[in-house]
Design a protein around this ligand. Structure first.
Ligand SMILES: [Zn+2]
Length: 325
């Protein structure tokens, strides 16, 4: 985890590997301090607070959660008394999407040798994801702390003369997706609407809405985007992600017409240059999102992590890709 200054008042904490629980966070160190997203577990949130402590004295008085999943909200409890701001859907959806017992169950390594062997044999994806998460994360001690201020479309803050605009853009990656724009400093905290140099993961939403969101980001024309995953970028990061989503949508539509299911499609779609992006087997989650759209299905809520990891595992194995989530 590293701290990087982005503009006069904006800073980022980056977990550059971009794996499933490696999220970035932001800080605007004005007007009481505003943190964007609070990491996937308490130790990472504590480390983030330490790093931000180098550029802002005391605890920030405001927090924004850019969506409802655990990686965005699990450190909220450390900001006692802070105003926590999120889209109106977040309190209800985070109760499931960020439920720490789901993460704890994933990393659970208890039970006798035989029962572990059975789990490993029958749910190899879930097992592999749990093994990866155990290496770096500790989901103990999380007390889910919901937002205190909810908004619908937009919410504007004035941090001692620095305007901050929160814009709800979901459902794309999740239902509550919110971008945080600091227009006076040319900075946009994109949350997980932008994955940089790693494969995006559409958990809940639909492709068309995500593409509209990326168009909006390009139109806002920030100098720097702090993506939800991966290193800092400019609007080329949003454009590259848009090209990926359009490519997957078109290829998925072709497979759909051929009668392939989403898993089979994800084993066949040519990854082209996107093979170099981290965690390419996440493709299957994006194909599933495209399929939901083709079937005109509603937003998927709540997403099922364990079955998603099984599908990614199967795609990685079938295609000879690294097993990474
Ligand atoms: Zn997310």
């Amino acid at each position: 985890m590293k701290l990087q200054q982005v503009s006069e008042s904006c800073h980022a904490v980056l977990n550059e590997r971009g794996r499933v629980c490696d999220a970035n966070s932001g800080l605007v160190n004005r007007g009481g301090g505003l943190v964007v997203d609070t990491q996937a577990d308490v130790p990472h949130a504590q480390r983030m607070i330490e790093l931000f402590g180098g550029v802002w004295p005391g605890m920030p008085r405001r927090v924004v959660n850019t969506s409802e999943a655990g990686v965005h909200v699990s450190g909220n409890q450390l900001f006692a008394g802070a105003e926590i701001i999120a889209h109106r859907t977040v309190p209800d959806s985070m109760a499931h999407a960020a439920d720490p017992s789901r993460y704890r169950e994933l990393v659970d390594d208890t039970g006798g040798f035989a029962s572990r062997l059975v789990r490993r044999a029958f749910q190899p994806g879930k097992w592999a994801a749990g093994t990866q998460l155990r290496e770096e994360h500790d989901f103990g001690g999380i007390a889910l702390t919901p937002p205190t201020t909810l908004f619908d479309d937009r919410y504007e803050l004035d941090l001692d003369g620095v305007d901050v605009h929160l814009i709800h853009v979901g459902p794309c990656h999740q239902v509550g997706d919110t971008i945080v724009h600091v227009p006076g400093e040319g900075v946009l905290f994109a949350g997980d609407t932008v994955f940089r140099r790693c494969t995006p993961m559409g958990w809940a939403g639909r492709c068309e809405q995500w593409l509209r969101c990326l168009d909006l980001i390009v139109w806002l024309d920030p100098e720097v985007i702090v993506p939800g995953r991966g290193p800092l970028c400019g609007i080329e990061g949003a454009m590259e992600l848009k090209a990926y989503l359009e490519y997957v949508r078109d290829e998925a539509a072709r497979c759909f017409r051929m009668g392939l299911d989403a898993l089979e499609a994800a084993k066949r779609i040519d990854l082209g240059p996107y093979r170099e992006w981290r965690c390419p087997a996440r493709l299957v989650a994006n194909v599933e999102a495209a399929y939901r759209e083709l079937r005109d299905e509603a937003v998927r809520q709540p997403p099922d992590m364990a079955s998603a990891f099984e599908a990614m595992y199967e795609v990685a194995k079938a295609r000879g890709l690294a097993v990474e989530f």
